[in-house]
Design a binder for this molecule. Structure first.
Ligand code: HEM
Ligand code: NAG
Ligand code: NAG
Ligand code: NAG
Length: 332
């Protein structure tokens, strides 16, 4: 009798333990490569198909997805909180915050991917994973296959989004190196991750207002011929929301994800103070030189840094939800 009770006790303890472990979020429930293999085997191919078409129409769509991942992951973790639209209960979500509004783009592309994925497997694939897959595919396509990596998945979508948060975690382009490094360290990334991920500024565009005040209207080390070119493109009083055209970030290979960014940093042919700041310490300057000069060096490290960034503060297991519409939380 006693032994039966003891056995029962052990069994119950085990069940409780299992329950506890089962309910734990990451790191006990980590992201995994091929998370949708059984649940929605077409998921990643569907995302890739939409991305290939979108980038062939406009390479800016690829840049948009890579920046989208950064702005999602640095605020509330990679949980698609950046995609949420305003509602009466949450009138100022992240997307209305200055780091995102009006410069962050690609929300309609995410909708199109989500529609395609929902048509294949309704209610299975999170918006957070869609952002991560789209950024991975953009990297592969825009690098002509040189940045080619597997993206772990199993993220769940968040339900909270507040415009005050991007201002805390996404530092402005006028930042110095110590502010940049600090903003990465807070998210578990290091100085090398900063240098490597900044290489994404080898594609896409910038609004004039992001660099005119501190790079053109104030003394800076910006390359003279680039400055002259930019002065022709940008009104001196460019302000976000006002007369604010866009320019390419990398004037040499604007639509190619390559190591040209680091050559541009060396020739002072970069737009932002935050780009030029990579030359303000010996440690980071050495990294810039290696990335600029050694073929394949940056691509290798960018693959790993993207996976690392895409793992910031993720919600997994029973946390969060799988949104039906990436712009709104589900209501039950
Ligand atoms: C280190 C701090 C960073 C700062 C201060 C910064 C700042 C900026 C700014 C101001 C723009 C131009 C926005 C506009 O005016 O339209 C931009 C564009 C962009 N950023 Fe960053 N960025 C940083 C890091 C990153 C990272 C980590 C990534 C991704 C790995 C990234 C990817 C991009 C891309 C792809 C664009 C072009 C977007 C487009 O064409 O729509 N940036 N960034
Ligand atoms: C968003 O942040 C602001 C400023 O910190 C705060 O006043 C507001 O209550 C927050 N909104 C929500 C829905 O948490
Ligand atoms: C970097 O900029 C911040 C302001 O954002 C300033 O407080 C700090 O002293 C600067 N650090 C260096 C090393 O210049
Ligand atoms: C300025 O940029 C041009 C074009 O990239 C380059 O040829 C030149 O060497 C740069 N000047 C300096 C001082 O780095």
């Amino acid at each position: 009798m006693a032994t039966v009770a003891a056995k029962l006790g052990v069994l119950m303890a085990c069940a409780l333990l299992l329950l506890a472990v089962g309910c734990q979020a990451s790191p006990f429930w980590p992201l995994e490569v091929g998370f949708y293999h059984d649940k929605c085997p077409q998921a990643e191919a569907v995302v890739k198909g939409v991305m290939e078409k979108a980038i062939s129409q406009n390479p800016g769509n690829g840049a948009a997805m890579i920046r989208m991942l950064f702005h999602d992951c640095f605020v509330e973790g990679c949980d698609a909180s950046v995609l949420l639209d305003p509602t009466p209960f949450s009138p100022t979500p992240e997307k209305l915050s200055p780091p995102n509004d009006p410069s962050l783009r690609g929300f309609e592309l995410i909708d199109a991917i989500k529609d395609a994925v929902e048509a294949a497997c309704p209610g299975v694939v999170s918006c957070a994973d869609i952002v991560a897959f789209a950024a991975r595919d953009a990297s592969c396509i825009l690098s002509r296959g040189k940045v080619n990596f597997k993206m772990p998945s199993g993220r769940r979508d968040g339900t909270f989004s507040n415009a005050s948060e991007p201002l805390k975690f996404l530092v402005p382009p006028a930042s110095n190196l110590s502010d940049l490094v600090d903003s990465f360290v807070v998210k578990g990334l290091n100085t090398e991750d900063l240098v490597i991920l900044s290489g994404a500024h080898t594609i896409g565009r910038s609004h004039c207002s992001s660099f005119v005040p501190d790079r053109l209207n104030a003394p800076s080390d910006i390359n003279g011929s680039l400055a002259a070119f930019l002065r022709r493109q940008c009104p001196a009083d460019a302000t976000s929301g006002g007369n604010d055209p866009t320019v390419m970030q990398d004037v040499v290979t604007p639509n190619k994800l390559d190591r040209q960014y680091y050559k541009n940093v060396l020739s002072h042919t970069v737009l932002f103070t935050s780009d030029a700041a990579l030359m303000t310490s010996e440690e980071t300057a050495r990294m810039v030189v290696d990335n600029a000069n050694i073929p394949g060096w940056w691509e290798d490290r960018f693959e790993k840094a993207m996976v690392k960034m895409a793992g910031i503060e993720v919600k997994t297991g029973y946390q969060g939800q799988i949104r039906k519409n990436c712009r709104a939380i589900n209501h039950y």
